[in-house]
Design a protein around this ligand. Sequence first.
Ligand code: RNT
Ligand code: ZN
Length: 416
Amino acid sequence: MNRYESAKEIYAKWGIDTEAVIEKLKNVPISLHCWQGDDVTGFDHDGPLSGGIQTTGNYPGKATTPEELMMDIDKVIKLCPGAKKLNLHACYAIFEEGEYVDRDKLEPKHFKKWVDFAKERGMGIDFNPTFFSHPMQKDGLTLSSPDKDIRDFWIEHGKACIRISQYFAEETGIPCVMNIWTGDGFKDIPADRMGPRIRYKESIEAILSEPFDFNKVKPTVESKVFGIGVESYTSGSAEFTLSFAAMHSDKCMPLMDNGHYHPTEVVSDKIPALLTFFPEIALHITRGVRWDSDHVVLFDDETKEMAKEIVRCDALERTYMALDYFDASINRIAAWSVGLRSWQKALLSAMCTPSAYLKELQDNGEFTKLMVVSQRVTELPFGDIWDEYCRRCGVVADESWFDEVIKYEEEVLSKR
Ligand code: RNT
Ligand code: ZN
């Protein structure tokens, strides 16, 4: 008997059908963020990344053209198991030679090459208006600015992005999650906390007044506690975005990024709270070290706990999962792949957890046994299920996938 067969028997004794688990996970799409490949730069401006987010490091070989970025994404796709979706930002528009339009004038045609790329690979596309790295961000504000011209510019950008999202959904046949995040906020103590939030609310409402089919375009609002340079206040705080989503549940849903809360708060606990009320929710999966540092996602305790909540709430179909991190200090293909593989691993591990039994112990008040059994579960031969899952997805299970990365670095990245 090989290792997988033996592990399968052990899990069967715990009531887990590993064959069904593997088949199911293969088809759960994870949204792969294009911005790990070029440190959130995009193709529509020459300036630096600005507006509340930052990348650190200057590892050589970053993608600087659409062709390079697509090539790199292809490499990641081949190194990671499971179904993928492509996550794009508006600043990744692809213009013809000599062509340029500002963000308020973007059209579906500026993303046609991305659509062709996604369709050839059977992937859906998620989208994000880009409210940062742009001169129309005035005093750190966009949609919540007191300047009407500034707000109007960004509202037009948001509307253009809705039209592009609808185009993505229609072309790929897969719904497009369109996430609204701005870094709007203040460095120091504000004199008015409510004014910017009222303007922010009205601006998002104006964006969502653009006609769209909610079965195809899924707008989300992402909150944040603070950003670099806006430490004292953010317009889109947790209470703001959650309330907005709750009051507009016919056309939008909340998005939680696990880097966007105070360090002792955990998104794993927030997932079931939101699932109690919202038919669908969205996540940005990242790893914050001391702050929203967007380190590469690992197979660590909180990552496992978030996956466990999604799985045991039976919410894989109503949770849109997207990766969101960017490390510029290590090989970017490896950074991307470690994060995607880790999240896949977390989901697989959650699906290999005897949750029904553990819940029963909790409901029966058998808390001591619950602790004992939960610890035993950590000793089950999960690695053998992971290896088999990778094998069936046609990707390398052990660390030798990194050999491919090194070869790619030598042959492609180092020549950039
Ligand atoms: C920033 C937010 C946001 C961005 C991306 C690039 O703190 O997490 O989601 O990371 O839109
Ligand atoms: Zn995010």
